[in-house]
Design a protein around this ligand. Structure first.
Ligand code: GLC
Ligand code: CA
Length: 535
C-alpha cells in the first residue's frame, strides 16, 4: 500500500506535548504522559499522532526554535522515552509524525553560535547574511526581519523571532544536514513529518518573495525523493497556495499540504474580530476539496491547531450551541475524502477562555503584539485584552482538561501548570463531556467509526447539492462510491428548510447531532447536521 493510501484511511491527532498530560508533576506535559493516553486515543479512533516539537530548545517559540535536532528536550523526557512512544504507538497501529522545523533554527543552536562569531567560520554560510537589510519585511512576531550582528558587522535574516535565524537553503551543506536529520528520525521509527513553514525555504529577496519561490521544489525533491524516505508521510504547512506542484504525483516532494483559507474567516490578521459568514467556510472548504479531488491530491481536513484560536470560538458558536456547532463542523469536515486532523481537546468541544491580564499568557507573538500596542498607545487596555483573548495562540495551548476538578488542575498535572489553565475548564472538559447527553466526544467517536466502516465516506466522490448562490445558510453534499451514496446536511446558525433531494424511501438516517431529529423532516435547526445513507 502506498503511504497516501494508508493515510487516506487514518485520522491524525495533533498533540501539543507541553499541554497534553504531565506524568511527573513538574507542570509540563511529557512523552510518558502521552504514552499513558495512547489507549484513550486508540479508542477515539486515532490512526496517527502529529507531535508538535519536543526537541531540545530554549522554547522562545515553544519548541519551534530548535537547538539540537537529535535530542529530546528534558522537559519532555529523553530519546528512550520517545522510542518507547514509537513502539507503544505502533503496537496499537498508530503512526507517529514528528514536527520538522528546518526553515530556521534557534539562535542557541551550535551552528548559529559559531556562524555569528566570524565570517570565516564554516557554519557562517548556514545562515542568511547581508551588509544591510535587503528588504523592509517584518518578522512574523513583530520587528524587522533583519537583525544586526556585531561580531561580523552584518545582518542576519529571520522570518520569525530574532531568536529564530533562517537557515540558508541555498547552501548544499544545509540541505544535506536536513536530509540527515530526517534520516535520523526515520531510522528511529517515526513514520513521517509535519513540515513547519515548509514553503518559507523558497525565498527570493530580489523579487520580494518571502515564501513559495520555485526553487523550493528542487530543495524538497532533493530531500524527499530519496529511496530511503520515499514511503514516509509528509504534510507541509504551506502558505503559498501551491498544492499541485508540491504534492502532485511523482513530484517527490510532499505527500500533502495544509490549506489555511478557512482559518482566516472571521478575523482580520491575527487579532481583530470581523463579521464572518458561514458560507465563506463552505466556499473555501469546497474550493480546496474539489481542487484536491480533481488533481488527485490528498486534502487535509482540519479546523484547529496550535496557532489559531478554537474554530468554534472564532468562526462559530461556543456558547449555548457549543455542542451543536462543534458536531456540525465535525460532520462537515470528517465525511469527505482526505485526512482528518483533530487538535487535542477538540474532541470534547474545547473552547477559548478569557483572562483579565497579560500575565496569563506565554506565546511570543501574543506578548510581542501586546508590548507593541502598549508602546504605541493606540488601544484602550480593555480593547487590547479582548483582542488578545480573541486571537492569542495560547487559546489552544492551554493544558488539556481531562476532568472538571480545578484543584487537580483539571487532571493535567499534580504540580503547578506551566500555563494558566483554561478559565472554562470546570464546564468544558473531557470527563464532563463524556457524561453529557450532548457529548462532543461521543459524537466524534461515532463519526470516526462511521468513517472507518464506510469506504464511501473515505473514498467516495464529492458533489455539492443545492449548489446555487442563493442557497446560503447551509451546506449539503453527497459522497458516492459504486452504488452507494451518503447525503450529508450541515445547517449553519439559523433555521433552514432543506428538502431531502432524493426519494426518501431509498435512504435511511445514520447519524444526527439532534437526538429528536425526525428522519427526513425538512426543518433543520441551528447547527443541525444529519447523515443519510442509501438503504
Ligand atoms: C509555524 C508553527 C508556529 C511557529 C512558526 C515558526 O507556523 O506552526 O507555531 O511559531 O512556524 O516556527
Ligand atoms: Ca512533566
Amino acid at each position: 500500500m502506498t503511504v497516501r493510501d494508508d493515510f487516506s484511511n487514518r485520522v491524525i491527532y495533533q498533540i501539543y506535548p507541553r499541554s497534553f498530560c504531565d506524568s511527573n508533576g513538574d507542570g509540563i506535559g511529557d512523552i510518558n504522559g502521552i504514552i499513558e493516553k495512547l489507549d484513550y486515543l486508540k479508542d477515539l479512533g486515532v490512526g496517527a499522532i502529529w507531535l508538535s516539537p519536543c526537541y531540545q530548545s530554549p522554547k522562545i517559540d515553544n519548541g519551534y526554535d530548535i537547538s539540537d535536532y537529535r535530542e529530546i528536550d528534558p522537559d519532555y523526557g529523553n530519546l528512550d522515552d520517545l522510542k518507547r512512544l514509537i513502539s507503544e504507538a505502533h503496537a496499537r497501529d498508530i503512526k507517529l509524525l514528528m514536527d520538522l522545523v528546518v526553515n530556521h533554527t534557534s539562535s542557541e543552536h551550535e551552528w548559529f553560535k559559531r556562524a555569528r562569531k566570524s565570517k570565516t567560520d564554516p557554519y557562517h554560510d548556514y545562515y542568511i547574511w547581508a551588509d544591510k537589510p535587503l528588504t523592509d519585511w517584518t518578522g512574523d512576531f513583530g520587528g524587522s526581519s533583519w537583525e544586526y550582528n556585531e561580531e561580523t558587522d552584518e545582518y542576519y535574516y529571520h522570518s520569525f523571532a530574532v531568536q529564530q535565524p533562517d537557515l540558508n537553503w541555498k547552501n548544499p551543506k544545509v540541505r544535506k544536514e536536513c536530509a540527515e536529520i530526517v534520516d535520523f528520525w526515520v531510522y528511529l521509527g517515526v513514520d513521517g513529518f509535519r513540515c513547519d513553514v515548509m514553503d518559507f525555504i523558497g525565498k527570493d529577496f530580489d523579487k520580494n518573495v518571502r515564501y513559495g519561490a520555485p526553487v523550493m521544489h528542487e530543495y524538497l525533491n532533493e530531500i524527499f525523493s530519496r529511496d530511503c524516505v520515499k514511503n514516509i508521510f509528509t504534510v507541509g504547512e504551506c502558505y503559498s497556495g501551491e498544492m499541485l506542484n508540491l504534492c502532485g504525483k511523482d513530484r517527490g516532494e510532499l505527500t500533502a499540504v495544509f490549506q489555511f483559507d478557512h482559518l482566516g474567516v472571521g478575523r482580520d490578521g491575527g487579532w481583530k474580530k470581523v463579521p464572518f459568514a458561514y458560507d465563506d467556510i463552505k466556499r473555501f472548504f469546497k474550493k480546496w476539496h474539489e481542487f484536491s479531488e480533481n488533481n488527485n491530491l490528498l486534502h487535509m481536513l482540519f479546523t484547529d491547531n496550535h496557532d489559531a484560536p478554537h474554530f468554534i470560538s472564532r468562526s462559530g458558536n461556543d456558547k449555548e450551541l457549543r455542542y451543536e456547532c462543534a458536531t456540525m463542523f465535525a460532520t462537515m469536515f470528517f465525511t469527505v475524502k482526505g485526512v482528518p486532523v483533530i487538535y487535542e481537546g477538540q474532541e470534547y468541544g474545547s473552547a477559548s477562555p478569557t483572562y483579565v491580564s497579560i500575565e496569563s499568557f506565554n506565546d511570543i507573538s501574543t506578548l510581542n503584539y501586546y508590548a507593541e500596542i502598549e508602546r504605541k498607545r493606540v488601544l484602550r487596555k480593555e480593547d487590547l485584552m479582548s483582542q488578545i483573548n480573541f486571537g492569542s495562540r495560547d487559546n489552544t495551548r492551554r493544558p488539556y482538561c481531562w476532568n472538571g476538578n480545578e484543584n487537580q488542575n483539571f487532571g493535567f498535572t499534580c504540580g503547578k501548570p506551566w500555563l494558566a489553565l483554561n478559565s472554562r475548564g470546570k464546564e468544558i472538559n473531557l470527563e464532563t463531556d463524556r457524561k453529557n447527553e450532548k457529548s462532543v466526544y461521543k459524537y466524534y467517536k461515532k463519526i470516526l467509526l462511521l468513517r472507518k466502516s464506510e469506504k464511501c465516506i473515505r473514498l467516495g466522490k464529492f458533489n455539492e447539492l443545492y449548489a446555487s448562490e442563493e442557497n446560503t445558510g447551509y451546506f449539503v453534499f453527497e459522497q458516492s462510491y459504486e452504488k452507494e451514496k451518503f447525503v450529508v446536511v450541515c445547517n449553519f446558525d439559523r433555521e433552514s428548510e432543506i428538502k431531502f433531494p432524493y426519494n426518501e424511501a431509498d435512504y435511511k438516517l445514520v447519524l444526527s447531532n439532534y437526538a429528536d431529529r425526525k428522519d427526513f423532516s425538512p426543518l433543520y435547526r441551528p447547527f443541525e447536521a444529519a447523515i443519510y445513507k442509501t438503504k
